[in-house]
Design a binder for this molecule. Structure first.
Ligand SMILES: O=C(O)CCC(=O)C(=O)O
Length: 288
């Protein structure tokens, strides 16, 4: 198979055109997709009118899947390998707890000791306008820093907090936040991580990070803000406008992303994500 690729932006991302990811696929055909994944950081598969089982099955080719035990209330009731990102109300009529998922720059599962390798998000329902997702290429962002800054941040570990999610003051939201805090103590990861497959260095940060290990928030914030702003400059970013049945695959080891609130919240937006597990990283931080 020879893949038909279309670049999505200068900074990252490519569409794999004319493909059905649920069709039988040889190891060598999958190898081409895997190569494109490593080269582009984000891959788009359009028009994937497939079943949940097929979404899960294709995702498994990239590695072991998370059962989302760290997000029990966000799991699909029948498929623990699928995490919901939806504003569809719950069966009892209360708001969905995942309606604000991803509204800050982040990489998936950075609040765990096995942060994710990659995620595959499938779009089931999208508002008439907006509901976009943005991605940043953290390898390019790292490589654009001066040697002095690269050296400085290579010594730092950043503390990643779970539950950086926007909340309303509802009982369900508050209970969800408390549960997340209990399940996920703060962890520190290196600010510069080496991609295990490409060997390239990337910044590993985001807006869930409040401070560096061994430093106060006031001391850390200016540098965190600088690095997050630097990494999200237009030249490192791709903004995805969703169509129903898009599947977007991203590499959590060298990109970060944000779900935008740029849509009418009364309209329905429903996504389902598989999460491919990564390799061990970081350590638990004792916080007084
Ligand atoms: O809903 C989206 O566009 C992205 C959701 C997200 O941030 C995530 O699944 O990690």
């Amino acid at each position: 198979m020879s893949l038909k690729l279309r670049k999505l932006s200068h900074g990252l991302g490519a569409e794999i055109c004319d493909i059905n990811i649920a069709a039988p696929m040889s190891e060598s055909a999958f190898g081409e997709i895997h190569r494109a994944f490593l080269d582009n950081g984000v891959l788009l598969f359009r028009n994937q009118n497939i079943t949940r089982e097929q979404h899960i099955e294709f995702s498994r080719r990239f590695g072991e899947l998370d059962d989302h035990a760290a997000f029990p209330s966000d799991r699909h009731p029948q498929y623990p390998q699928l995490m919901l990102v939806t504003n569809e109300p719950q069966p009892d009529g209360t708001p969905s707890v995942s309606r604000y998922t991803g509204r800050r720059w982040h990489t998936d599962m950075s609040h765990t000791l096995e942060p994710s390798l990659g995620s595959l998000l499938r779009c089931w329902k999208i508002p008439g306008v907006g509901g976009d997702t943005m991605f940043a290429n953290m390898t390019l962002a790292y490589e654009a820093l001066s040697p002095g800054m690269q050296k400085l941040i290579s010594k730092l570990h950043a503390i990643h907090f779970s539950g950086g999610r926007k909340l309303d003051n509802t009982i369900a939201d508050q209970a969800h936040a408390a549960e997340q805090k209990r399940l996920s103590p703060p962890l520190a990861h290196p600010v510069v991580r080496v991609h295990p497959e490409t060997g390239r260095k990337a910044i590993y940060l985001g807006e869930k990070v409040k401070r560096f290990d061994g430093m106060s928030e006031a001391e850390s914030q200016p540098l965190i803000e600088y690095l997050n702003n630097h990494a999200t400059k237009p030249e490192f970013v791709y903004r995805h406008q969703w169509h129903e049945n898009d599947i977007l695959l991203w590499d959590n080891r060298c990109t970060m992303h944000i779900a935008l609130a740029d849509f009418d919240q009364n309209e329905r937006r429903h996504m389902e994500r598989t999460t491919v597990m990564g390799t061990p990283s970081g350590y638990v931080v004792a916080i007084a």
